[in-house]
Design a protein around this ligand. Sequence first.
Ligand code: GLN
Length: 429
Amino acid sequence: MRSPIPDYLLEVLDACGADAGAVADYIPELAAADPDRFGICVATVDGAVYAAGDADVEFTIQSMSKPFTYALALADRGVDEMDERVGVEPSGEAFNEISLDPETGRPRNAMINAGALLTHSLVDGEDADARSQRVLAGFSRFAGRDLVVDEDASSSEFASAHRNLGMAHLLKASGVLECDPVDVVEGYTRQCSITVSCRDLAMMAATLANAGTHPLTHERLLSRPVVRQVMSVMMTCGMYDAAGDWMTDVGIPAKSGVSGGVIGALPGQVGIAVFSPRLDTHGSSVRGVRVFERLSGDMGMHLMDVAQEGRSALRGSYVSEGEDPVTVYEMQGDLRFAGAETVVRAIAAADHSTTRVALDLTRVYRLHDVGRRMLLECVRRLELDGRDVLVIDPERTLPPAGSADGGLHVVDSLDEFVAAGEAPGPATG
Ligand code: GLN
């Protein structure tokens, strides 16, 4: 069978292709872009990639670089230090507004130029060159291939970067920028001139959606707390002065750039990139915004339209056959509070007919810390009630980190346990 997804993406391009808006012209190289280009790429967190239209056409990354540089600076400095230096409040202003928080002198967030300039300066590197290299190497790993800087685009933007230079000098004057303001604008302009395609951007966004692990190379590139911070700021500030409309209409953490790209990262699901150069008054691609509105509606991608995790966490329960039967609770999926609560509720309400009770985590692929604490407490209470508790957990998901089996009776499968004719011993930890 041929997958229907690429056909669906072509349909979306077709439906969202009406002309509107104008290509950015304040950067000479951007004014020369072909306004009719239109491409899309969707990459899932497990590495499937779907593309349609001009998905391999390259363009400069522009402001879509901001969340990734923010991620690198967060990884280098830590979330706490970054919070002291760059705010996390939506500014409600245009991307190039010359504004700093009057009380703290800090830029309001890392998605507007003022914050992005400061963020660029906070990436590790002893000088401007080293910072630029760190950014290019970092982006290349997010994309999964070696990216390059479009030097012509970079010098053409730098030659007329008076507004960004003004902002950098203001950051310096207010004492928040440590390095040379001209160096920072040059480095930031190079960062904005890194060349990417929709395919690259979809992989970069999918790395965020996949909590920091690249879906194809499987390299862990960012920690979960860093990704959470980046996605939160994308959600609240990524679409500048259209952030509220974006949240209600689309509900996907996103970032646009004046070259005409829009990226979105839907946690746990997909990275999306759309490219078409004509822009609206906020500086975001007109067709790009339309495509996101359409995808969000058609594919149920709004972040507030959440999965009913609790309903699917407990796959079922049964009593095994044989001489020494075991009551088995089978769990599945990503267990957080709501999921673990349904399991705990079922166990608490049960009137067990067997001495042995097993928690089967074979199909649990992620156990959030709250889920772990709740299940461990369940084990403890079942044991206090005089049950022998068995944990079926081939991946060792339940034992707390650093403790082999954490005093639990862990087996790879119920069959293995029955075949061994083993009787569960009391917990030792
Ligand atoms: N390089 C551009 C600038 O600083 C990026 C702006 C954008 O894409 N919104 O003006």
